[in-house]
Design a protein around this ligand. Sequence first.
Ligand code: DQA
Length: 152
Amino acid sequence: MKKILILNGPNLNLLGTREPAQYGSTTLSDVEAMCKAEGARIGYEVECFQSNWEGALLDKIHEYGRLFKSGDALGCVFNPGAFTHTSIALHDAIKGVDGLPVIECHISNVHAREEFRHHSWVSPAASGIVIGFGVDGYLIALGGLVRKFGNR
Ligand code: DQA
């Protein structure tokens, strides 16, 4: 069974209690369980990983770049949190693994928020973007990844 990575960046471990007006009250483990169940339903093994450390996110993208090359992974749904707006290293990692489809996902509509959230370093390297659908965005991104890159 091919793998799909649900990757979450800084502060997303606080989902459920962090600014609920912005991000809702669903926890990260709820989101992860939802994605795993959907993956199982459509025939993919979903792995979930969250880190507050940029380097750990880079290492995970590199790992999935290798799994993609060996045919063992389909791609990745990635909410880079605030690193979206700061990290050229994440941009380079996605470009650097050359081929791994990454769907960028944001819970909130970043374009309706502060100006510093309007720019993403990840978007130019992403294969698709889902913004502003709340935590349902993860499932929308997962479905989009499979529709665009899966063989079903
Ligand atoms: C976010 C939006 C980012 O601007 C913010 O820093 C986050 C969450 C979102 O999912 O809406 O941490 O990526």
